[in-house]
Design a binder for this molecule. Structure first.
Ligand code: UDP
Ligand code: MG
Length: 328
């Protein structure tokens, strides 16, 4: 590989204070690797002056550009939009808040040149997060490892370099409820991790509320596992078996000793128990049906309101992905 073109995708949502410090650290790293780089910010419906700041930088450095969504579509979709618009042979995805040290890109590129098509940053700790959040994250990854269809590499997030081959495959995955980490693993290819320490968020606060994270976790599990659907069959079996056993027990008891007490409390308890189970399983089915509904509506993943700089000439994002797939 002579001097392959390198693209960087940075999803941003209200990150105005971070843009300049990020560029200050990122650009020297990119310049060192190749002059043929581009940075594409994906402005995910920011309400502050994030986009204006990017515009300002883009005027002096045309290799920096942006696409701006018409509203907030979420980080996962911002990444998908970025993948649609970059033209590099290698594509780096990173956060804007400097939690992903730009200097790591050197190491990513090195491994990429060795022949790995996917190089991911592997966080060595989660000390930057609250204990509750960390606990839930651990629980999620345990569940995913147990029930998910594919193993996720430990500590791997969105910070990574993907070869053009992988990017093209990712672009064909048009699902709406996106769980990127699962998709990266799903496409396969020769992959390796590079450990790194997550730095403190530079400015602002995390853009992920607890509710958003929970939604995200459910998307992840539901996209890569049907266990939540199937588990009810087993539970149903077990409960039916218990019910038959109890019925037999009461029958024999009544035959031998006659009725002593009308079993009012046990009746209420069992009715409540079974209603609960039924509602819960119905809810799980609903979650999946909801996802099927979202997929069959075939809405485009995102809507671009504005483009900045040379990035994002491609208009494919305005075409629903049915057409995009047909063209591909
Ligand atoms: N982000 C985004 N859209 C959102 C939420 C976040 O584009 O709806 C971006 C955000 O600007 C940042 C990156 O995703 O560049 C990671 O977000 P954050 O740092 O808030 O997540 P955390 O590091 O707390 O997981
Ligand atoms: Mg962050």
């Amino acid at each position: 590989m002579a001097s392959p073109k390198l693209s960087v995708i940075i999803p941003v949502h209200n990150e105005s204070a971070n843009i300049a410090p990020l560029c200050e650290r990122l650009l020297p790293v990119l310049d060192r690797i190749t002059p043929a780089w581009e940075v594409v910010f994906v402005d995910d419906g920011s309400r502050d002056d994030t986009l204006d700041i990017i515009k300002g930088i883009s005027r002096t450095e045309p290799r920096i550009g942006a696409i701006s969504f018409s509203r907030n579509f979420g980080k996962e979709i911002a990444i998908a939009a970025g993948l649609d618009h970059v033209r590099g042979d290698g594509v780096v995805i990173m956060d804007a808040d400097l939690q992903h040290p730009p200097e790591m890109i050197d190491a990513f590129v090195e491994r990429w040149r060795e022949g790995f098509l996917m190089v991911y940053g592997q966080r060595t700790d989660r000390t930057d997060e609250t204990r509750v959040k960390r606990g839930f994250a651990q629980l999620f990854y345990k569940l995913f490892a147990r029930f998910g269809e594919i193993p996720l590499p430990e500590g791997a997030g969105d910070f990574r370099l993907i070869d053009r081959k992988g990017v093209e495959v990712l672009r064909t995955l048009g699902e709406k409820a996106r769980f990127s980490k699962g998709l990266y693993a799903w496409i396969g290819f020769k992959a390796t991790g590079v450990p790194f320490v997550v730095e403190e968020r530079r400015f602002g606060t995390t853009k992920w509320s607890f509710r958003k994270l929970f939604r995200f976790a459910f998307d992840g599990i539901a996209a890569f596992s049907t266990v939540p659907l199937r588990i009810w069959t087993y539970i149903g079996f077990l409960i039916s078996f218990l019910a038959i056993a109890t019925a037999v027990y009461f029958m024999i008891r009544t035959l031998l000793f006659g009725t002593d007490l009308p079993g009012f409390p046990s009746l209420i308890v069992s009715i409540m128990f079974f209603s609960g189970i039924q509602l819960m399983s119905l809810g799980i089915v609903g979650e999946y049906v909801g996802r099927i509904f979202a997929e069959v509506k075939r809405r485009p993943l995102y809507v671009v309101a504005e483009r900045v700089g040379g990035a994002a000439e491609d208009a494919s994002d305005l075409i629903p992905d049915t057409d995009r797939r047909r063209r591909a």
